[in-house]
Design a protein around this ligand. Structure first.
Ligand code: BES
Ligand code: ZN
Length: 803
């Protein structure tokens, strides 16, 4: 395949050859293709004359083309040749242009690809499904002063006959792989390189002049590759891997085999100016995408229904990998405070969905790139890993990866391998977590019987709106660990709760000992203790003998039980367990409290100082990054138009995307209405990269009460432009959620619903429903608890918290 992009031109020309097998005699070939003009197509059976296709019938809705031949193509192998013109688009998908500035300030374009889930068909006609794998021989014809990269290493570079400013770069043949993992990049880049312990050449490509900023990711990648090789006991199969920072990039990163693409902020670290949370983010993203090189690329999901497995697995193992490479980050606490918490919040809604959903049209694929696939997926795999134990889990992984390598697999295939390795009923357990939505609340009470404690456990579906009242009784098979004050870090007992109710006897447990479920907050359930059991846990929370993740889990559970319409008395707000735990959930209360008239305590609510030293959320997430963000927020909140101009100037001058993003996210803290408008206009200006517009608008919505109203109006007024920019992608869902999720009155829920009925966004339909549900819950909560929450928060006045 020869690909020829011209600078300053929106089209590219491709000459493509497929070696294929005609399975049944036919005179038509149907392929995927979108925004492509075929010039000629012909088919030559092996050892026979070629036949030219006489008709190209495009089915645009289905993103397909039918090639018609004047005679029947017989069963057997042959070569299909297609010459076509494609569009080098500006949509951040398919084969697209990414704008960048040279160190001297010139504007230039790189040509890059983003094919997942279904956009390879925008770069070349193909059978664009994960289960249709092929090898790829790629050649690129490019200006000779440009870097040209693809999945494989270069095998030949020679002058292009017709034009001496061009060269033809030929890459080695790829392994058998799916189309969504094919990639190529043409542009100007510098790089740093290293060889990993196991001999793989690793390069990190950066913007020109910024090679230094690639060193941290290089170190992570060079440590990560041997970690996975060892963990899976399967070597990385390609001779090289490139990691490249792309200026305009819709997702965070993409695991193309051998050529992983990243947003600049997910790859570049300035040794002097980047903050620790950026380092952790880069380590996690590199860990995530490199895990896909095995789990996803070598063994690929059969169909998009199993996408959750790909993403959930990578989103779990990225933490395992970062914990191995950088134990000092204490990264698992972050997993609980970010992924686990987010997943439970979303999954408690009536408008959640099961992890496994059937997927048909491409717009449905974009819809499931959500917190259920990623964060609940990762959480249930974490629970599974804990239930199986690391040794058997690794055995099972190796079995799965070697059995299905270069092929495709479904969720059941992984369960089968893990079942074989562990002898445990993995499929039965996991089906309860992946095929039904939601998760259980486990009620527990204890009774002392001489030297033993008898625990009574009951499980019921947990709902954000209050006790479950449905007619069926969904049930989960829940691995439960139980510990006592004897050793808060080690399970005294492990059980599999496979019925609605269970009685457990904890031998030799004295009356004065406390009992806690869910060690390490690994199980994907909430716990409601009897008042007496909860009371007995308070000292362990106070004296911090309970580890941070356990306190965090306990506090999240309690918080969720006092929130919305659970019928719990608001006095629970005063409960010591809430006051002595790290409390990200309080952010939610802060947002809500912006709503009542005259309430201005929001920014003064903080995390008690003693927690800063005891919980890594404060150490990592609230590191330098939030310190400087916090300064910006405070300045902006009380600022005038010259403050805003100064911030916009700082934004313009910032050399790193990390700093630009930091400023973009806090601009919404400004208070004056006309300045809020200015920020919103700025969001859509050339100064903001298209993928970052969403967080500027989101920052305005989350910045103040007036901001939320203004952002919502802005989204409605500019809907056409925003929808055109982001349609079909997950950015549109993110935009909607950031803008409307924090409203807290019934009228707004109706308004949001009505707007999207008349302005449909198919890939964001579920997000809209979830937001409306959340708005109603917020409203109910506020009606009931506003006064007592305010009272509670005022008592907690502490250093300013980040927004
Ligand atoms: N495969 C995804 C990238 C992707 C996402 C492609 C959505 C198409 C649509 C990649 O492995 C990924 O998960 N990226 C994450 C970052 C990761 C560290 C969670 C992302 O882009 O947010
Ligand atoms: Zn992923």
């Amino acid at each position: 395949m020869v690909l020829k992009p011209w600078q300053n031109c929106h089209f590219f020309l491709v000459l493509m050859e497929f070696l294929l097998q005609v399975k049944n005699a036919t005179n038509q070939i149907v392929m995927n293709c979108a925004d492509i003009d075929i010039i000629t197509a012909s088919y030559a059976p092996e050892g026979d004359e070629e036949v030219h296709a006489t008709g190209f019938n495009y089915q645009n809705e289905d993103e397909k083309v039918t090639l018609s031949f004047p005679s029947t193509l017989q069963k057997g192998t042959g070569t299909l040749k297609i010459d076509f013109v494609g569009e080098l688009n500006d949509k951040m998908k398919g084969f697209y242009r990414s704008k960048y500035s040279t160190p001297s300030g010139d504007t230039r374009y790189a040509a890059v690809t983003q094919f997942e889930a279904t956009d390879a068909r925008r770069a070349f006609p193909c059978w664009d499904e994960p289960a249709i794998k092929a090898t790829f021989d790629i050649s690129l014809v490019v200006p000779k002063d440009r870097v040209a990269l693809s999945n494989m290493n270069v095998v030949e570079r020679r002058p292009y006959p017709d034009d001496e400013s061009l060269v033809e770069v030929k890459f080695a043949r790829s392994p058998v792989m799916s189309t969504y993992l094919v990639a190529f990049v043409v542009g100007e880049y510098d790089f740093v390189e290293a060889r990993s312990q196991d001999g793989v050449l690793v390069r990190v490509y950066t913007p020109v002049g910024k090679a230094e900023q690639g060193k941290f990711a290089l170190e992570v990648a060079a440590k990560t590759l041997p970690f996975y090789k060892d963990y899976f006991n399967v070597p990385y199969p390609l001779p090289k891997i490139d990691l490249i920072a792309i200026a305009d990039f819709a997702a965070g990163a993409m695991e193309n085999w051998g050529l992983v693409t990243y947003r600049e902020t997910a790859l570049l670290i300035d040794p002097k100016n980047s903050c620790s949370s950026s380092r952790q983010w880069v380590a996690l993203v590199v860990g995530h995408e490199l895990a896909h090189q095995w789990f996803g690329n070598l063994v690929t999901m059969e169909w998009w229904t199993h996408l959750w497995l790909n993403e959930g697995f990578a989103s779990w193992i990225e933490y395992l990998c970062v914990d191995h490479c950088f134990p000092e980050y204490d990264i698992w606490t972050q997993f609980v405070s970010a992924d686990y918490t987010r997943a439970q919040e979303l999954d408690a809604l009536d408008n959640s969905h099961p992890i496994e959903v059937s997927v048909g049209h491409p717009s449905e694929v974009d819809e499931i790139f959500d917190a259920i696939s990623y964060s609940k997926g990762a959480s249930v795999i974490r629970m599974l890993h804990d239930y199986i134990g690391d040794e058997d889990f690794r055995k099972g992984m190796n079995l799965y990866l070697t059995k299905f390598q270069q092929r495709n697999a479904a969720t059941e295939d992984l369960w089968e391998s893990l079942e074989k390795a562990s002898g445990k009923p993995i499929a039965a357990v996991m089906n309860t977590w992946t095929k039904q939505m939601g998760f259980p609340l486990i009620y527990v009470e204890a009774e002392q019987q001489e030297d033993d404690k008898v625990l009574k456990l009951v499980q019921k579906k947990f709902c954000a709106s209050g006790p479950y009242t449905g007619e069926d009784f969904p049930m989960w098979m829940v691995p439960i660990s139980i510990c006592t004050s004897e050793d808060p870090t080690c399970a005294k007992m492990q059980i599999l709760m496979d019925k609605p109710e269970l009685t457990v006897v904890l031998k030799d447990t004295k009356p004065e000992q406390w009992v806690k479920l869910n060690l390490g907050t690994v199980g994907f359930y909430r716990t409601q203790y009897s008042p007496a059991m909860l009371e007995s846990l308070i000292p362990a929370i106070r004296d911090l003998s309970l580890p941070p993740v356990d306190r965090l889990g306990l506090q999240n559970d309690l918080f969720s039980l006092v929130s919305p319409a659970t019928g719990e008395p608001a006095a629970r707000w005063e409960h010591p367990a809430l006051c002595h735990s790290p409390s990200p959930a309080l952010g939610g209360a802060r947002i809500l409290l912006r709503t009542p008239k005259g309430c201005s305590i929001s920014l003064d609510v903080g995390i008690p100082p003693q927690l800063h030293t005891n919980c890594c959320i404060s150490k990592s997430v609230m590191g330098l990054f939030l310190l400087s963000s916090q300064v910006y927020v405070t300045v902006l909140k009380h600022g005038d138009s010259s403050t805003l101009d100064t911030m916009l100037k700082l934004h313009k001058q910032a050399d790193m995307q990390e700093e630009k993003n930091r400023i973009e996210r806090v601009l919404g803290a400004i208070s004056q209405p006309e300045l809020i408008q200015k920020v919103l206009t700025f969001a859509l200006s050339e100064e903001v990269r298209p993928q970052d517009t969403v967080s500027v608008i989101g920052g305005v919505a989350g910045g103040s009460k007036q901001g939320r109203k203004a952002a919502w109006k802005f989204v409605r007024d500019n809907w056409e432009e925003l929808y055109n920019r982001y349609q079909g992608g997950f950015l549109i869902s993110r935009l909607i959620k950031l803008t409307v999720d924090g409203f807290a009155n019934d009228k707004m829920a109706a308004e949001v619903k009505a707007f999207f009925e008349s302005h449909p966004a198919p890939s964001a339909e579920r997000t809209v429903q979830q937001c409306c549900e959340n708005i109603l819950l917020n409203a109910a909560w506020l009606r009931r608890d506003a006064d007592s929450i305010q009272h509670f928060l005022q008592q907690r006045r502490a250093p300013p918290a980040p927004v």
